[in-house]
Design a protein around this ligand. Structure first.
Ligand SMILES: NC(=O)c1ccc[n+]([C@@H]2O[C@H](COP(=O)([O-])OP(=O)(O)OC[C@H]3O[C@@H](n4cnc5c(N)ncnc54)[C@H](O)[C@@H]3O)[C@@H](O)[C@H]2O)c1
Length: 440
């Protein structure tokens, strides 16, 4: 089969996808990489040399776009994906977009129209949908093991203070420093929407106030945000995400009419998203007990006889289903970075694939966007539009509300709905120094 030629814009996070192309053994080749940072290009060049890859490095997007490619991975700034996605789709390229898909509703209109017009694959890289635990929840839910979805929680709490110098370089204009706490919202809500396939219809947003942990490294937005989301069937989801809270957590929980499933509630780690607890009225284990197991990527619904072999207690039955090492786990974020890419490639090849398409990507992003509008409006509930419906999009065509002065025009929003104190230049200078020292 002809290899798919892939280009990557943004070589920092993008290095994960570059490495996937170099080492997954799939029918792909990375042919071009673009990054304006010399430091990043040097690091990428090293990987390419080690793998004897002839991929070409570019400093400028316009030159990069002239390269002969089939598909592009967008791992540039999180608030600038949409304009680049539109350019690539117009050029006839398939697009894999890192989080977030858009930063304004006007961009969302243009993005969805570009995808529809191009007929190309657009896959949103919400990798947290592809953890062993979230994939297993999807399998269980789709097979009816949990019944109808009634309530769920998603958490993505990443205390970024220690890594802030290396991911913002002390640049006061970096998107991470200017974003509201609601912006980076799809890791927490996204998996629950993808598991259930249900559309979010309204949301109320609550901001956790800016704190010293964030301000000390230059972050202007709140410490975190909570969205209370109503889905189309009336189910409710609580989505919590934060960059400046004290600890880390990646955690998902689902209540259905027949049972409950949740990932392990520990600090964020491979273990936490690699393990699942299940209690329902149909599982083939003693009634009323919890099944606790490590689902594999390829597993099917737990079968009779698979429970109850190890660590049995009166409260739960522990099962380790597979001790075979899975090479996919080494590709980052507990294997989810492997699965987002392989599904993108399968979709391009016309094979069955589990991708997050543009409509679902916007559903995910709108939970945070409209929650911020809610927080700015005293937490009033906001309806979430469905961009599948062309007539709904029209009223948002010129809606550029966001925290980025480059995209907002006259509709600039503050970084926080609670307080917006200036951060002295000396803070950014100190963070910049830390970053530069780390390069020595
Ligand atoms: N899904 C995940 O688990 C995950 C994890 C980390 C980062 N991300 C996402 O990856 C993306 C990149 O984040 P990051 O951590 O690498 O930090 P970043 O946003 O600071 O890096 C972006 C990189 O793209 C380059 N770049 C930006 N615009 C460019 C342009 N026009 N031309 C050439 N180069 C350009 C920059 O030089 C930089 O190296 C973001 O969207 C972020 O949300 C996702």
């Amino acid at each position: 089969m002809k290899k798919i030629k892939i280009g990557v814009l943004g070589g920092f996070r993008g290095k994960t996808m570059i490495d996937w192309c170099l080492h997954s053994g799939e029918d792909v080749e990375v042919v071009a990489i673009c990054d304006s940072s010399e430091t990043v290009r040097e690091a990428v060049q090293k990987s390419l040399c080690e793998a004897a890859s002839p991929a070409k490095l570019y400093e400028n997007f316009e030159d990069f776009l002239t390269h002969d490619m089939d598909a592009v991975v967008l791992a540039n700034y999180a608030n600038e994906h949409a304009p680049f996605a539109v350019r690539c789709l117009e050029k006839g390229l398939h697009v894999f977009s890192e989080v977030l898909p858009v930063q304004t509703l006007a961009e969302a209109v243009r993005l969805v129209e570009a995808v529809e017009k191009s007929g190309k694959i657009y896959a949103y890289g919400e990798n947290y949908c592809y953890f062993p635990a979230t994939l297993e929840m999807k399998r269980l839910y789709r097979k009816g093991v949990l019944g109808e979805f009634e309530y769920g929680e998603g958490e993505y709490v990443h205390n970024c203070e220690p890594i802030w110098p290396s991911i913002t370089y002390g640049d006061p204009e970096h998107w991470r420093n200017k974003m509201s706490a609601f912006f980076y919202c799809t890791h927490s809500a996204g998996p629950l929407l993808h598991i259930t396939g249900l559309r979010p219809v309204k949301v109320s947003g609550f901001e956790i106030p800016p704190n010293e942990r964030g301000r000390s490294v230059g972050a202007k937005g709140g410490a975190g945000a909570i969205e209370m989301i109503t889905l189309e069937n009336g189910a409710v989801v609580k989505s919590l995400h934060a960059c400046s809270l004290a600890k880390n957590s990646i955690w998902y929980s689902m209540y259905g009419t027949r049972g409950r499933a949740e990932s392990r509630r520990e600090d964020a780690s491979g273990e936490s998203v690699g393990k699942l607890y299940l209690k329902n009225d149909t599982a083939a284990h003693p009634a009323g007990e919890w099944a606790e197991y490590f689902p594999s990527f390829d597993s099917e619904e737990p079968k009779s006889g698979e429970f109850g072999v190890e660590g049995e207690s009166s409260h739960r039955v522990v099962v380790e289903r597979s001790k075979k090492p899975d090479a996919r786990l080494s590709f980052g974020h507990y294997g989810s970075d492997y699965l987002t890419m392989i599904n993108f490639v399968r979709a391009i090849q016309g094979k069955p694939a589990d991708i997050v398409n543009v409509y679902e990507a916007l559903d995910m992003a709108f939970t945070g966007m409209f929650a911020y509008f809610s927080a700015l409006d005293g937490n009033a509930s906001k309806q979430i539009p469905d961009f599948r419906d062309k007539s709904v999009r029209e009223q948002y065509r010129n809606d550029t509300r966001c925290c980025d002065n480059k995209a907002a025009g006259g509709q600039l929003l503050p970084s926080s709905s609670i307080r917006n104190e200036e951060i002295p230049p000396s803070v950014y200078a100190a963070v910049r120094k830390k970053y530069l020292d780390s390069l020595k």
